[in-house]
Design a protein around this ligand. Structure first.
Ligand code: GLP
Length: 241
């Protein structure tokens, strides 16, 4: 695992965008695994800027997002579909039919998850998977639990995640209680992983991920077993190492 220590959020975002851009340029045939949340938004801003400057071309790129709330419409400003449109897809020349996100509008969880997993595996898997880190150590929406769940599945969100994500909603009651997510096995099957962490509120999770035991109680700790992980974290996120 390579860990890059950077000064702050902007430095993290720029470095992450450089790695994503290299993947876009060198390996457009493999899907790019994308993430949502405040952590990757800065990196997406750099990618949009470099596209506008003519440096990047997204026309051959295929993307697979990590997760989506269950029971949310695409038009809902809190859906991850909407987030991706606002933060990246709406500003670059990516083809809509090449962007994939679990379908939060469909309530049939088994079908959504089975089809999404099959889609990822049948199209050659993910080349580079971008990840944020939950305050409780979750990746995607793989919450702390008694075992690692391998494939795409439907999860009930941890109370701490509802609490952390309510900042995006009007009230905590509006935060969906369930989500569809790539499983730990789905994430681990990516060729390369790029995890970003910024801010003091990620310091505990990051130190447990990097130095603690590998346990489903800290889902991100499984990344210690992946052969090609790059972590970019700022000083605040690394303050407990
Ligand atoms: C969310 C998402 C994760 C994200 C994490 C951190 O619940 N499901 O994919 O990495 O929590 O979010 P943020 O980057 O906003 O801190």
């Amino acid at each position: 695992m390579r860990v890059y220590r950077v000064k702050d959020y902007d430095e993290m975002s720029k470095k992450a965008a450089t790695i994503l851009a290299a993947q876009i340029v060198s390996g457009p045939e493999k899907a790019l695994g994308l993430a949502t949340g405040s952590t990757p938004a800065g990196a997406y801003r750099y990618l949009c800027k470099w596209y506008q400057e003519g440096i990047l071309d997204f026309s051959e790129i295929r993307t697979m997002n990590l997760d989506e709330y269950r029971g949310i419409s695409r038009e809902d400003s809190q859906s991850y579909y909407y987030f991706m449109k606002e933060n990246l897809f709406g500003h670059v020349n990516i083809k809509e039919e090449n962007t994939f996100i679990p379908d939060g509008e469909r309530e049939d969880a088994d079908a959504v998850c089975r089809e999404y997993e099959a889609l990822i595996q049948s199209t050659g898997g993910v080349g580079l998977q971008l990840l944020g880190l939950g305050r409780n150590g979750h990746i995607g929406f793989n919450e702390p639990s008694d075992s690692f769940i391998k494939e795409c599945h439907c999860v009930s969100l941890a109370l701490s995640t509802i609490e952390a994500n309510k900042r995006f909603f009007e009230n905590a009651e509006d935060v969906p209680r369930q989500a569809y997510t790539m499983g730990i096995g789905t994430i681990m099957s990516a060729e390369k992983i790029l995890l970003l962490a910024s801010g003091e509120e990620k310091a505990d999770a990051l130190s447990r991920m990097l130095g603690g035991p590998i346990t489903p109680r800290v889902p991100a700790s499984i990344l210690q077993l992946h052969r090609d992980v790059t972590v970019i974290a700022d000083e605040a996120a690394l303050s407990k190492i």
